[in-house]
Design a protein around this ligand. Structure first.
Ligand code: GLA
Length: 347
């Protein structure tokens, strides 16, 4: 652990490094719980940082597309920035046209988390107070980062509330398995373990439909390049300017807390492979459509469209307004837990 910097309002932010015997190293900061670096070997054993990010705190404090961050209280969109729960209406801050996105004006990605170490893992804690960003209930959240011997980065999320609320937690890392700043991710070969996805309307809010991927650019059940579909004229791809959709993960035969394979990404030049395992029912596959050559990354290169992709494990967007989707309601006395593992290897 070391001091990373000071926020504009004078809070000291720490950076933690986790390293395993194989040499994999992950760094994160107590601001937003942001994963700032994930260093893994290629097939020749050469290490590179495969996560997009910045080199200093001020860049993370400024507006940016959630690089590496814990997103909440509600990851992804809530339509109209509004929902009702137990007969009461709640209005959230609208930061995405008419929607609320990734928690509102000041989401979990911009909060200072309290770190504690145990057995080589680090747990980050944050109390989101009643009424913060319009959400009901004092919510105690913890996010635990750990590394295993087999190059798996494990993220354990837990939350408890003192009044009924809704929540959806994820990590918003962007990956480029060639290395951060090394170009577009079009040649990455992706598999998604999903027979269906949730199509969205013109405002990127799910229509409520669970649509089969078969015969569409959303069919990643057999490995194919990200680039092959990213330029498709499918109306869903046109509307989102590329892939930015929630996939309904196949979880047949899996119990509630059991990890299931969500995705596998393979980059042929480096030989790097990343698998995503999760207990969550969905994953947002976002191909970096809105990276618009305005941000300079950690190694001094400009990030352009599709220079990174995100696989955000989650509950489905707009679930508070979609009773047919798996529930995101948390009530006092219950504990919400989920786990996601990003596992790296080579071909
Ligand atoms: C998610 C959303 C995208 C975009 C990014 C951040 O992936 O679905 O539309 O907001 O976060 O830029």
């Amino acid at each position: 652990m070391r001091d990373y910097g000071e926020t504009r309002d004078g809070q000291t932010i720490q950076e933690y490094s986790l390293r395993n015997a194989a040499g994999m190293e992950v760094k994160f900061i107590t601001f937003g719980g942001i994963l700032t670096s994930i260093r893994v070997p290629d097939r020749q054993g050469r290490f590179a940082n495969v996560a997009l990010g910045f080199s200093k705190l001020a860049d993370y404090e400024a507006e940016h597309p959630y690089f590496g961050a814990i997103t909440g209280r509600y990851a992804n969109r809530i339509g109209g920035g509004a929902f009702s729960l137990d007969g009461r209406d709640y209005q959230l801050f609208k930061n995405d046209g008419g929607n609320s996105l990734h928690g509102g004006a000041v989401g979990f990605d911009k909060r200072v988390w309290v770190a504690s170490e145990s057995n080589g893992a680090v747990e980050l804690a944050y109390r989101s107070s009643d009424g913060e960003e319009g959400y009901p209930g004092n919510l105690d959240v913890s996010v635990r980062y750990s590394l295993d011997a087999d190059n798996g980065l494990r993220i354990d999320y837990a939350a408890e509330t003192d009044a009924p609320t809704v929540l959806n937690l994820t990590n918003h890392s962007y990956f480029n398995l060639m290395g951060e700043g090394e170009g577009t991710i079009y040649d990455h070969i992706l598999t998604l373990n999903a027979d269906a996805y949730t199509p969205t309307d013109a405002n990127q809010i799910p229509t409520g439909e669970i649509a089969p991927v078969a015969g569409s650019p959303f069919d990643f059940r057999t490995a194919k390049t990200i680039g092959s579909g990213q330029r498709s004229a499918h109306p869903q791809i046109v509307a989102a300017q590329g892939y930015d959709h929630n996939f309904v993960l196949n979880r047949r035969g899996l119990g509630k807390g059991e990890l299931g394979l969500a995705a596998r990404a393979y980059e042929p030049r480096s030989g790097r492979v990343m698998e995503v395992w999760t207990t969550e029912p969905g994953v947002q596959f976002y191909a970096g459509n809105f990276l618009d050559a305005t941000l300079i990354g950690a190694s001094g290169r400009l990030y352009r469209q599709s220079d990174g992709f995100a696989l955000e494990t989650q509950h489905f967007p707009d679930s508070p307004n979609k009773p047919q989707f798996p529930t995101t309601v948390l009530r006092p006395g219950a504990r919400k837990e989920s786990t996601t593992v990003y596992r790296f290897s080579t071909d």
